[in-house]
Design a protein. Structure first.
Ligand code: SF4
Length: 543
């Protein structure tokens, strides 16, 4: 048989693998080595290296300069927008990153950078390009600035701002301003010029926005696969997010560091807003007797968080293939950062006199974050998933990945896969690995040892580089087929144990109308599937 190759990137409208055209190798189109010449540098590199430093942003500019940001899922972005508007900033969320952004990122910055860097750099660059075409470069540098999270490493995340700087230079927008929100510093105070204050009211607003958005996202993904009327979940989510956006925008103006912290922790303002979200979701009717595999999403932070081209739209693709998606909460990442800080202080006990104090502060911060998540979750009747314990994740990952190795998700990626497997939280794990990511390459290596020990752990690591969608989805589909069989088997075993049949289960559910509401919690009884847990719930109530 003649060797054959598959087209490497199908059109976006064709998402089915069976629709991929097969092309004979000898008739395949020969692409030129490089279709687009690299951009010329606008600043000659003949001086010493200087770290990027934005021009000051003054208070007087606040009313006319729009702050751009993005890189999370749309619910979190919308709520952060509300929190920032409450503080008097003009804001705009960047459009969702697309494949065109990936290509622009590769052209304008370092071609060897990890794919999330290319997506985010290209996303900003393409937005600015469109604005330059509309109002000119000078107006763009005057009227916009960009704010993003940053850190000192240990991966390329510590160099994102360098990528932005290079792309901006290549666009001829050297004086465009990019500000970094240091993820390890909750209170950076006013930035040069005083226009941007990365202080406690700002940071707490962003954290609360992330926590609330995560819970809404989780509720949405637990509901949509079972909705009786198609589109109800989408409508409820849009309404809920707008309601919360409004709550953030209208919250009392908070200026002081401690008064802001106290207000967030002590008042019931956001609990009441979340109860309204519950009332919106009360109207969504569900049928949880449908048997579906639960797929836990893990992987690199950016790829597991966004929904769209950067991860081949994997969330919606999995749902279309008949799965229930267990999304990755950003709050777990915040919890992990606090755990990393606590570990570091723990290691310095005996060397640094204030280490114990700092350790206590980090642990208190962790407790308060988890308490807030649990408090808001309760307002949604505890339907969204709980947060896994960081200590448990660390212990599970310890035989395979050192807990002091940071960068990317560190040992958490391994810990989460094992947590889902041992605790029967999901039937399979889909792990999103970025092209050219060093920490992720290490995690994948560690996962090989995990799979050697637990060969029946269903694990689909898919490499994301923007142009291998068919390969990635087909790999995921193979494991998903196994997960579907496992979910069905589990359901049948539960029926046998409980003496129920599918018909009797449906009758029992119909006799309890509250079970058809999206906001009725079905507890976890040690099996992964929603239908299997429902059967155990109904059987328990009948005894
Ligand atoms: S974890 Fe990997 S993909 Fe993410 S920023 Fe770091 S190097 Fe890039």
């Amino acid at each position: 048989m003649e060797p054959m190759i598959a087209r490497s990137h199908p059109s976006h409208s064709s998402r089915s693998i069976s629709g991929v055209r097969i092309v004979r190798a000898d008739s395949a189109h020969k692409a030129p080595l490089r279709a687009v010449p690299p951009p010329e540098r606008t600043v000659p590199m003949n001086g010493h290296y200087r770290a990027y430093r934005p021009r000051p942003f003054t208070r007087e500019e606040r009313d006319r300069v729009t702050i751009l940001f993005g890189g999370l899922h749309w619910r979190a972005e919308r709520l952060i927008q509300g929190a920032m508007e409450n503080l008097g900033y003009r804001t705009q969320v960047l459009p969702p990153a697309s494949r065109a952004d990936l290509l622009a990122g590769r052209e304008l910055a370092d071609i060897g950078q990890c794919c999330p860097t290319s997506f985010t750099t290209g996303n900003l660059a393409n937005f600015l390009r469109a604005q330059v075409a509309r109002i000119g470069a000078e107006e763009v540098t005057k009227n916009y600035l960009y704010i993003t999270a940053g850190s000192c490493g240990a991966c390329r995340f510590g160099q994102y701002h360098e990528s932005y700087e290079l792309a901006l230079r290549n666009l001829g927008l050297e004086s465009f301003r990019v500000f970094l929100l240091d993820q390890a510093n909750l209170d950076q105070g006013a930035q040069e010029g005083g226009g941007l204050e990365l202080n406690m009211p700002f940071t707490l607003g962003a954290i609360w926005a992330v926590v609330l958005a995560d819970l809404v996202q989780d509720l949405e993904y637990r509901t949509r696969p079972y909705e009786v009327n198609a589109g109800d979940t989408e409508r409820a989510t849009r309404e809920a997010v707008e309601r919360l956006y409004d709550a953030f925008r209208r919250r009392p103006v908070l200026r002081g560091k401690w008064s802001a912290a106290l207000w967030y922790l002590a008042t019931g303002y956001f609990v009441r807003a979340m109860r309204e979200v519950k009332r919106i979701y009360d109207r969504v009717e569900v049928d949880r007797t449908r048997v579906k595999p639960v797929v836990k999403i893990t992987g690199e932070f950016y790829l597991q968080t966004v929904e769209g081209d950067p991860n081949y739209n994997i969330h919606r693709w999995l749902e279309a293939e008949g799965a229930e998606v267990y999304p990755a909460a950003v709050t777990i990442w915040l919890d992990y950062l606090l755990r990393l800080a606590a570990q570091e202080f723990e290691d310095r006990i005996g060397v640094d006199r204030r280490a114990r104090l700092k350790l206590a502060a980090a642990r208190t911060g962790q407790r308060l974050l988890r308490w807030t998540y649990a408090r808001m979750r309760r307002a949604l009747a505890d339907v969204p998933h709980e947060l896994p314990e960081q200590a448990e994740l660390r212990a599970l990952a310890a035989p395979y990945y050192h807990s002091r190795l940071s960068g990317g998700e560190g040992d958490m990626l391994v810990g989460k896969a094992l947590w889902a497997y041992h605790g029967k939280k999901a039937h399979m794990t889909c792990e999103l690995s970025p092209y050219a990511c060093m920490p992720n390459t290490m995690s994948i290596g560690a996962m090989a040892a995990v799979l050697g020990r637990y060969p029946d752990l269903l694990y689909a690591p898919i490499e994301i580089k923007g142009d291998a969608e068919v390969h990635a989805l087909s790999r995921c589909q193979m494991i998903l087929t196994e997960a579907k069989k496992r979910a069905q088997r589990e359901f049948e075993e539960v029926l046998e144990r409980t003496g129920l049949t599918p018909e009797r289960l449906r009758e029992a559910v119909a006799a309890r109308p509250e079970l058809a509401r999206a906001t009725t919690r079905v507890p976890h009884y040690g099996v992964a599937g929603t239908a299997a847990n429902l059967a155990l719930h109904v059987a328990g109530a009948r005894r």
